[in-house]
Design a protein around this ligand. Structure first.
Ligand code: SF4
Length: 336
């Protein structure tokens, strides 16, 4: 019999499992807290539940907390972890400490099938979707689990291509019975899969960020094949018109590459597609990998973009580059 993984169960599923053994919802809550808030990986170590429940549970379930295989520490203290599923799919997670803000960048798939030309993950190919439990495990199984304040879904994979597992992981991360991290501190990133974005906006309260690359469709198509099916202007129009609740953030991630997408022409394009919207633009430095011929835009150029966007009424910020020496830039985890 294949044992159920407790990490990845939502409140109803946990209750059903515990009640089937003749125990109560209160016991289910104790178990959820032990898995999601205390990272207890051995069922026999769960405190305050009867011995008989531990025994019965051990026969049908495992905690589902699986430690990373290896890790690499960056000069700026970011840590990249390598995980492997039971079926041998590998994926990466990055922990990024920054004063009181400690972020985990999680993967949603092993590899990716979106084929973006600038992305190292795309070269790895697609190995499979991660379950909600495998996504949540990337937070609860790392040594820094109790320090995590923010989650970004910007690791390997396209979240909208694994939507149900991503939505369930978001529910577990934000629920009181789960990790209890505010939805304001959880951001899901996409290259623009329209039907998935629509559902995500309707069914989750978490933040959304769209990876833009270029404001021009013809240029974007060359690097992001999804643009052929879902033109960016239509996605931005949908984001503009979606009634966003207070404190939920919809943003664009714009990785700036020297001479490729940081010209005045691109700045004008950005201003034009975002005119009249509340969407924020996060400008990010580009992390070239060892095969790249391209380089990041200069700090001065990034400042110029930021200033011009703000003057045009578009909220904008420059994000720090983290973990460059371990190829751990959020959104583009390098496979070495
Ligand atoms: S950029 Fe994102 S969506 Fe595109 S191939 Fe890489 S992981 Fe997939």
């Amino acid at each position: 019999m294949v044992k159920k993984s407790l990490c990845g169960l939502d409140a109803d599923e946990m209750c059903d499992l515990i009640r089937a053994s003749g125990f109560t919802a209160a016991h289910a809550l104790l178990i959820s807290n032990s898995i999601y808030k205390k990272s207890i990986s051995d069922i026999s170590d769960i405190a305050k539940i009867p011995y008989r429940l531990k025994e019965e549970l051990s026969n049908i379930a495992v905690s589902g907390i699986n430690l990373p295989l290896s890790s690499e520490v960056s000069a700026d203290k970011s840590v990249k972890y390598l995980f492997r599923t039971e079926t041998g799919k590998e994926f990466e997670t990055v922990y990024i400490p920054d004063n009181k803000r400690n972020t985990v960048c999680v993967s949603t798939q092993s590899g990716c099938r979106m084929g973006c030309s600038f992305c190292v993950t795309a070269r790895y190919g697609f190995r499979g979707n991660l379950s909600a439990g495998e996504i949540v495990n990337q937070i609860v199984a790392i040594p820094e689990a109790d320090k995590v304040t923010h989650i970004v879904f910007m690791g390997m994979g396209e979240p909208m291509d694994n939507l149900e597992n991503v939505l369930k992981a978001c529910r577990i991360i934000t629920a009181e019975w789960g990790l209890a991290i505010s939805s304001r501190n959880v951001t899901v990133s996409t290259v623009g899969i329209m039907p998935g974005i629509k559902q995500f906006l309707e069914r989750s309260a978490c933040n959304l960020t769209l990876s833009l690359y270029s404001p021009y469709s013809e240029e974007r198509k060359k690097s992001i094949p999804a643009e052929n099916q879902y033109p960016v202007q239509e996605i931005i129009n949908m984001m503009k018109n979606f009634p966003v609740k207070k404190k939920r953030r919809l943003s664009l991630a714009y990785v700036m590459i020297k001479d490729l997408n940081d010209t005045d022409y691109h700045l004008e394009g950005l201003k034009s597609i975002l005119k009249g919207s509340q969407i924020r633009v996060n400008l990010l430095p580009f992390h070239p990998d060892w095969k790249d011929q391209n380089f990041s835009s200069s700090k001065e150029r990034m400042q110029f973009f930021k200033h011009n966007l703000i003057v045009s009424g578009i909220s904008s910020s420059i994000r720090k580059s983290r973990g460059a020496d371990i190829s751990a830039a959020c959104g583009l985890l390098a496979i070495r």
